[in-house]
Design a protein around this ligand. Structure first.
Ligand code: FES
Length: 119
């Protein structure tokens, strides 16, 4: 493992469109909540902050997908985001998407690439 990577979880912890893994990250000199999910086979990672106001999205710990399993949904006012990009798709995010964090998946493990995430 390179020094600029931080282990987040095992690949097996992230089921397709299933429960996410929550963790904290230092982002722009502050501690911030973040999460990882798997969608279309790819691991995606975002700050756990809605584009509307910086509330955490999950309605239960780790539950980020809506019932259709096609969208990430904010539990506060229902803003919808694209799982593959974090783009705002509707609701009160008003075009402001999620902040994506760089991740890498190798050898059955998911890593946050810290160098960039510290931005
Ligand atoms: S806080 Fe997420 S939609 Fe309002």
């Amino acid at each position: 493992m390179a020094e600029d990577q931080r282990l987040i979880c095992a690949s097996a912890d992230l089921a397709e469109a299933g429960k996410g893994v929550c963790f904290t990250v230092t982002y722009r000199q502050r501690e911030a909540a973040a999460f990882a999910i798997r969608y279309h086979g790819q691991v995606r990672c975002y700050l756990n902050e809605c584009g509307h106001v910086p509330a955490q999205l999950d309605w239960q710990p780790g539950e980020f997908f809506d019932d259709s399993k096609l969208y990430l949904i904010c539990s506060v006012h229902g803003a919808l985001y694209a799982p593959e990009s974090g783009r705002c798709l509707g609701g009160r995010c008003h075009g402001k998407g999620l902040v994506a964090l760089p991740v890498a998946e190798t050898n059955g493990q998911v890593f946050l690439i810290k160098e960039v995430a510290h931005g």
